[in-house]
Design a protein around this ligand. Structure first.
Ligand code: NAP
Ligand code: 8YV
Length: 321
């Protein structure tokens, strides 16, 4: 494999870089003085791309490498890779499912509780010395008691979130393109109908054209003035301008967001809202889980070049015989 050339467009975790450096001929595009020259000089040789999901790996980019065989994505979400184009051109795309599921579900529950009970705001109140000077923090209007959560995208992570909510004795409903077998939760084929019936909408749906702005003004208005939106999926799923307007106008009570439309930019209007909880895309961000994700990126590449098959190809590029 030492003669196999791998392109890394942007920086990735040290363990990935070290292992790829040890096993392959690795080209670090972001370190090149002249990236276009590096690509032109090595285009024929490059057979794999390892990407952290921060740079778009689209058709025109992949097309520059005539012998490209596989794109290994760090992250279960691969909306920055044009997997459909890759599939049509016989190129595998792999992602990092399962190894992050429980971590992201933990984060989702943390964010849900922080939002419902205004825990960030109440901690800031204490740290500002206001508890001593002004007395107890105001009672929160929201609660998880007698409330229902509607999950958008009951996949691997959605199911792990639902299991946690079962333990909290919070009823769960869900929306997706198809009904899931063997789950006890109520299915809605219509997102707006689910939003009207639940108190909290929790999105863990993937990004990409099919989910773009799926959580719209209409859906937020169906959730209503006592409603709360939590998003740990992708920022593009929510119409962020519509969300800001709904929060400002009191048509929605609050939001807890780990993901944004234009990361790492977070709109100033959201920053100014004390009760809204904003996290910097930390769903999977523990040393333990990021190491497992990084190892799976390396193992996908090694498996492909040893056996002809990656370990975890995405749906658009299924295993071939
Ligand atoms: P998964 O198992 O593939 O689940 C995705 C779910 O979304 C499925 O239930 C799917 O159901 C549903 N879905 C897909 N397209 C849809 C559409 N157009 N409309 C409605 N529902 C749709 O993926 P996962 O492992 O749970 O990960 C889910 C997503 O979480 C990732 O794609 C990523 O974007 C995000 N994520 C975020 C973080 C973070 O740090 N915040 C970390 C990891 C993952 P149907 O096929 O039935 O529609
Ligand atoms: C990562 C994620 O932080 O797996 C995903 O889809 O969103 C996160 O686990 C991200 O992919 C790293 O770029």
């Amino acid at each position: 494999m030492r003669n196999t050339h791998v392109l890394m467009p942007g920086p990735m975790a040290r363990t990935i870089v070290e292992q790829l450096d040890a096993n392959f001929t690795l080209h670090k595009l972001w370190e090149a003085e002249d990236p276009d020259r590096l690509i032109a000089d090595n285009a024929e040789r490059i057979e794999a791309i390892a990407t952290g999901g921060h740079r778009s790996v689209d058709g025109p980019f992949m097309q520059r490498f005539p012998n490209l065989k596989i794109v290994a994505n760090f992250g279960v979400g691969y909306d920055t890779v044009d997997a459909a184009w890759a599939g049509q051109h016989g190129i595998y795309v792999s992602n990092t499912p399962d190894v992050l599921t429980e971590e992201v579900a933990d984060t989702a529950l943390g964010l849900l509780l922080m939002t419902v009970r205004q825990l960030s705001e109440s901690e800031r109140y204490l740290r500002a010395g206001r508890w001593e000077k002004e007395g107890a923090f105001a009672l929160t209007k929201a609660t998880l008691r007698n409330r229902t959560v509607g999950i958008v995208g009951l996949g691997r992570i959605g199911k792990a979130i639902a299991r946690r909510l079962d333990a909290f004795r919070v009823p769960v409903a869900y929306h997706g393109r198809s009904e899931q077998a063997g789950v006890p939760y109520r299915y809605y084929d219509d997102l707006k109908a689910m939003a009207s019936d639940v108190d909290i909408l929790l999105s863990v749906a993937p990004g990409g054209p099919s989910t773009h702005h799926m959580i719209s003004t209409e859906v937020l208005d169906a959730l209503g003035p006592d409603g709360i939106l939590v998003n740990v999926g992708r920022g593009s799923v929510v119409d962020e301008a519509a969300l800001i307007a709904a929060l400002k106008e009191g048509r929605l009570m609050s939001a807890g967001l780990d993901v944004f439309e234009n990361e790492p930019h977070v709109p100033a209007e959201l920053m100014a809202m004390e009760h809204v909880v904003l996290l910097p895309h930390v769903g999977s961000a523990s040393v333990h889980t990021r190491q497992q994700m990084g190892q799976l990126v390396v193992d996908n590449l090694k498996s492909y070049f040893e056996t002809g098959k990656p370990l975890t190809p995405v749906a658009e590029t299924p295993l071939r015989d």
